[in-house]
Write a protein that binds this ligand. Sequence first.
Ligand SMILES: Nc1ncnc2c1ncn2[C@@H]1O[C@H](COP(=O)(O)OP(=O)(O)O)[C@@H](O)[C@H]1O
Ligand SMILES: O=C(O)C1=C[C@@H](OP(=O)(O)O)[C@@H](O)[C@H](O)C1
Ligand SMILES: [Mg+2]
Length: 176
Amino acid sequence: MRSENIYLIGLMGAGKTTIGRQLAKTLKLPFYDSDKAIEEATGVNIPTIFEFEGEAGFRDREQKMIRHLTQMHGIVLATGGGAILREENRHLLKENGFVVYLKCSVGRILERTRKDTQRPLLRTDNPRARLESLYAEREPLYLACADFKVDTGVMQSRAVVNRILEHYRKLNSNSE
Ligand SMILES: Nc1ncnc2c1ncn2[C@@H]1O[C@H](COP(=O)(O)OP(=O)(O)O)[C@@H](O)[C@H]1O
Ligand SMILES: O=C(O)C1=C[C@@H](OP(=O)(O)O)[C@@H](O)[C@H](O)C1
Ligand SMILES: [Mg+2]
């Protein structure tokens, strides 16, 4: 792990984008979101990529983007919820940054994403069943990749940011 970068992982709706942005602002570091970077690079939104290239096409683009973003120094990065599915991504994240797993219950995620139209994997008749299956599949991968875990379902985003900062600062003061 290198502590100059902070990488956020976790399921859709756990708060990676929201908390990452606040964390970066507080630390005065540049903020990147892998989904947004892919949208900027392609000129189309994530649902359009899923529509034309399928999930596999999106994962290829995501892997290339993670390769690129993990070469940067001194950044806060919010990944997409499925970024940890590829072994290479897990390895790159683990090697190059302090990885924080934002953990959140399916019930809370459903509340937060109820009006969402930008997450193709939730475009289903039964988003609860979809999220439960994603949770079961991914939770071991999030845990395997993470240096630190915070439950974002029970705290305001500011409190989550403060928990991460507390741990991150302790880590950096120990390595001085
Ligand atoms: N700790 C939190 N408490 C309440 N709502 C939150 C919290 N974190 C995020 N949200 C809300 O949940 C939604 C999804 O958050 P987002 O940051 O896009 O998640 P992710 O990037 O992990 O998919 C947004 O509407 C955001 O405002
Ligand atoms: O969980 C996933 O597989 C995905 C999560 C999304 O990002 P967020 O986790 O920021 O919603 C986005 O990358 C894409 O829709 C796929
Ligand atoms: Mg996001």
